[in-house]
Design a protein around this ligand. Structure first.
Ligand code: ZN
Length: 401
């Protein structure tokens, strides 16, 4: 187990001694000095990522997805634009989305993270900020034309909630009812029906399958599905099913506090956003905020401890790396206001800033199969560094609204 993560030897804030090592020095800096360093690093990373994934004059896009492909670069540029307000960043974001639009025309994938809904909704939002009404209409129309196959799974990366998330993203940025409640409600109905059918009066009220496994994590399972459902307008009995599904997960977590990657899986190994405690924590934080149950606050805090102990992964990305796990502390900071969580977020971010590139070049840390991508590579790290500038508004990319 120990080979998956670095032992967390970062001292608590109260016993931090500057000059001990480079990491302690970084953590001792005034917040604005540190965030300026992270911001500068993010801008350098962005330039490298653009050069590698797009090139100086633009390439034909092969992988258009936000997860591993060009749309991830566009999403990072949109984040950069929100910090810099530079028209150049927004223009480049729009150009890349345009290439993704062409590349995804015949794609059967429908979600935000891996499919065409991501292209259409990010395209629409970028067009809105650029003041291009015609392009805005084009992308909204394209999104509305996406058809969900009847055998579509419910999970986040390829399934129904991944489409719903794109609708919520659009409604947040463009305006309520850009995608109507009726359209979204029809998708929610399918998700609830599928969940109750598979649960079949079992101990958990909602259950889902992806490729024959009943996953629990954010990417393919219950945590991701509940996370998106909580944001929908649910009927009272549906709210109860969502709350009881989360209670079932809490009751059946590992004794370590971590969460199984799928129903009945007894291997307590993965502490990722995609599988394990980090993704579950983000859902529990949202449940605590929306439903107000104290038990969800406590469960989120418990899961956050697992991430602190075992979450300093030997990987860089947001899906299954340190960058993604840092968002757990940012979410807990937002929920509790406890500055200890902000310190923990700073600690993980500073560890990356101080060592990631060196550890990757030495082969001691995995830089991702797609090393410049948003979800597996340094794209996620750059995104995180920008979010550290305003920690209270930080959101896990393409997942927290
Ligand atoms: Zn992953």
């Amino acid at each position: 187990m120990a080979d998956r993560f670095f032992p967390n030897e970062i001292p608590p804030e109260t016993s931090l001694t500057p000059q001990q090592d480079s990491l302690s020095n970084l953590l001792s800096l005034p917040f604005t000095t540190l965030s300026d360093k992270l911001k500068t690093s993010a801008f350098h990373l962005k330039q490298t990522i653009v050069n590698e994934t797009w090139g100086p004059s633009g390439k034909r896009v092969e992988d258009y997805s936000l997860y591993t492909g060009a749309l991830g670069t566009a999403y990072l540029l949109f984040k950069v634009y929100q910090v810099t307000k530079s028209e150049n960043d927004l223009k480049l974001c729009s150009d890349i989305v345009k290439a993704c639009d062409s590349a995804s025309k015949d794609s059967g994938r429908v979600t935000f993270i891996c499919g065409r809904a991501g292209v259409c909704s990010l395209g629409a939002v970028a067009a809105k900020y650029a003041g291009d009404e015609r392009l805005l209409e084009h992308y909204i129309t394209q999104l509305k034309e996406i058809k969900l196959p009847s055998d579509l799974p419910s999970e986040l990366l390829y399934g129904r909630v991944g489409f719903l998330w794109a609708c919520s993203f659009l409604n947040k940025h463009i305006g309520k009812d850009t995608i109507s409640t009726a359209r979204m409600r029809a998708v929610v109905d399918e998700i609830i029906k599928a969940g109750r059918r598979l649960a079949n009066k079992g101990r958990c009220p909602l259950m889902y399958e992806w490729h024959g496994k009943k996953y629990w994590g954010a990417a393919h399972g219950l945590a991701g599905i509940m996370h998106v459902l909580i944001d929908m307008e649910l009927k009272p009995d549906e709210v109860e099913d969502v709350r009881n599904t989360l209670r079932y997960m809490i009751k059946n977590r590992f004794s370590s506090g971590n969460y199984p990657s799928s129903e009945g899986n007894e291997s307590d190994r993965l502490v990722h956003w995609c599988h394990g405690a980090p993704g579950v924590t983000l859902t529990l934080v949202k449940a605590a905020q929306v439903f107000g149950d104290k038990e969800f606050v406590q469960a989120a805090v418990d899961a956050g401890e697992v991430v602190w102990q075992r979450g300093m992964l030997k990987r860089v990305g947001i899906c299954h790396g340190i960058s993604g796990n840092t968002y757990v502390f940012l979410a807990l900071y937002r929920l509790t206001g406890n500055s200890e969580y902000l310190y923990r977020a700073k600690a993980f971010a500073c560890f990356l800033f101080d060592r990631a590139q060196k550890l990757i070049s030495e082969g001691k840390m995995h830089g991702g199969d797609r090393p410049y991508s948003l979800f597996e590579g340094i794209g996620g790290m750059a995104y995180l560094f920008l979010d550290m500038v305003e920690p209270s508004t930080a959101r896990f990319p393409a997942y927290e609204l």
